[in-house]
Write a protein that binds this ligand. Structure first.
Ligand code: HEC
Length: 472
């Protein structure tokens, strides 16, 4: 079921008004006290560790980012720009590109590279106090980047390469099929994680060409599956590839099965010229689970909650809302949230409605240059009973302030092209039997002292295990 309303800027959805009125939505309230920044901030002691952890996987020689941020000499000229880009909050332009809002919803995600408030304040103070180097003896050892950490999933056990395609500088968008690629497995194996990356001949230093959505890449998406072929085999869909999208880590109890003899198949790739002649292919990296692994839960599934069909976004207007709803047919552990919008997309929120209980699970900004998915940490992944209504709200900025929109005078509708629109949450979830659901809720009660657990509306109905009472 999908429902859509366009609302005037500045008004809120009915659900949000209800929440405001009866005040039942638990929110994580950050302490108001300003973070304590050390008296003097130096590159060597305070800033280098932040850059190593959160920036250098892209900002290093041969990384995807325009400049290296490794040595003091490289970083110093960018001090003001670094202060600016780290301090703008979870929206388009922030570095690192990670947009989860920190004042609402669940706060623990896997592989979260974002800076804490204290780190952001330290970067600002460093830039404002002369961006000094400090004592070289304070420098942490340089971070090394071998193949294992250029893949976010670690060195894959299997890498499948699609055939090279050539996309000319000025060709229109193209959608179509790829030739299938055999995976070559001789026995069934379960998959722990998956990552897809585009390998092309665009130089990393001076990519030239266009600076539109996607930058240096030509594969805008690939919707794909694995298939044993011959018509009779299975066809297993896997998470979509999109430019800028990160890796997928499947829940440890719900590995995804890759069958022997399967090939990678796709009848929906989307090629989009980057403004220069480019030869490119995709590498699909699989991290496998041990041979004797057996899943205890059903495989995770993509929600595909949303509306890609009748979107209508007015010209020259910021803060337009789209809404979509679905009712969960099974008890579900929600393992990830993945806003999928196009150029006007500025923000998306995911909310769970269970009776009178309305909880915002996640709100995240959106930048169509960086299509991100957010994997909930295992011990906070929402546990929602069947019958829960999931509600997504998309916030569209079709105004000159959104630099991803080429011409905000245009009305924006639905469709597949990069200039048309989508409004979907591609997040994943795992279906749970009643018994599994109860067990997961008991574990959740054990792992927290909170009375109200965001994302677990029925946690208070399960018996708290002996000896773990939260009575103070
Ligand atoms: C996932 C890859 C990635 C990560 C992680 C990342 N960056 Fe970037 N950064 C980029 C890319 C690509 C660009 C160019 C596109 C843009 O400006 O958005 C960029 C642009 C920038 C710019 C603007 C450069 C200019 O020309 O004005 C600054 C400053 C910057 N990054 C700083 C940082 C800092 C500081 C961090 C860590 C706190 C960081 N970045 C983390 C990829 C990344």
């Amino acid at each position: 079921m999908t429902v859509k309303h366009n609302r005037l800027a500045g008004t809120f959805g009915l659900a949000l008004l209800v929440v405001a009125a009866i005040g039942v939505a638990p929110r994580v309230v950050l302490t108001a006290a300003p973070p304590a920044v050390p008296g003097n901030v130096t590159f060597s002691r305070d800033i280098a560790p932040i850059l190593q952890r959160s920036c250098q996987n892209c900002h290093r020689p041969d990384g995807v980012a325009p400049m290296s941020l490794v040595s003091y000499a490289e970083v110093r000229p960018w001090a003001r720009a670094i202060k600016q880009r780290t301090s703008i909050g979870p929206k388009a332009g922030v570095m690192p590109p990670w947009y989860v809002e920190k004042n609402i919803g669940i706060q623990q995600y896997k592989n979260d590279p974002s800076l804490s408030d204290l780190e952001i304040a330290m970067v600002a103070k460093w830039a404002d106090t002369g961006a000094v180097e400090g004592n070289a003896a304070d420098l942490p050892p340089a971070r090394t980047f071998d193949d294992a950490n250029t893949w976010a999933i670690g060195t894959p056990d299997l890498v499948i390469k699609t055939k090279d395609v050539v996309v000319k500088a000025n060709t229109p968008d193209w959608w179509g099929e790829i030739e299938s690629v055999p995976i070559g497995l001789t026995e069934d194996r379960y998959v722990a994680a998956l990552q897809i990356r585009e390998v092309n001949d665009v130089p990393s230093k001076d990519p030239g060409g266009r600076t539109t959505v996607g930058g240096r890449y030509v594969f805008h998406h690939m919707i794909w599956a694995t298939d044993q072929g011959g018509g009779g085999g299975t066809n297993t869909p896997w998470p979509v590839h999109e430019v800028g999208r990160g890796a997928d880590f499947f829940p440890p109890e719900a590995g995804r099965l890759l069958k022997k003899g399967e090939s990678v198949v796709s009848n929906s790739i989307h090629l989009h010229s980057n403004g220069r002649d480019t030869t490119a292919h995709l590498e699909i990296g699989f991290k496998l689970l041990p041979k004797d692994y057996k899943p205890t839960l059903k495989p995770s599934q993509s929600r595909g909650l949303g509306n890609g069909l009748d979107i209508s976004i007015r010209p020259n207007e910021a803060n337009q809302q789209l809404h979509a709803y679905t009712v969960l047919q099974e008890n579900t552990k929600v393992t990830s949230f993945e806003p999928h919008l196009h150029a006007p997309g500025a923000r998306m929120c995911l909310e769970a409605i269970w009776g009178l209980n309305i909880q915002t699970l996640t709100c995240a900004g959106y930048d169509h240059n960086w299509v991100r998915g957010y994997d909930y940490a295992d011990d906070v992944a929402p546990l929602l009973p069947k019958g829960t209504i999931l509600h997504i709200t998309g916030y569209m900025d079709n105004s000159p302030a959104n630099r991803n929109v080429p011409d905000p005078r245009n009305w924006q509708g639905s469709g597949n092209r990069s200039v048309a629109n989508m409004f979907i949450d591609l997040g994943q979830g795992v279906a749970l039997s009643d018994e599994q659901f109860e067990q997961e809720m008991i574990k959740r009660r054990q792992s927290t002292k909170a009375d109200v657990i965001i994302g677990c509306p029925l946690c208070n109905t399960v018996q708290r295990p002996m000896g773990t009472s939260n009575q103070q």
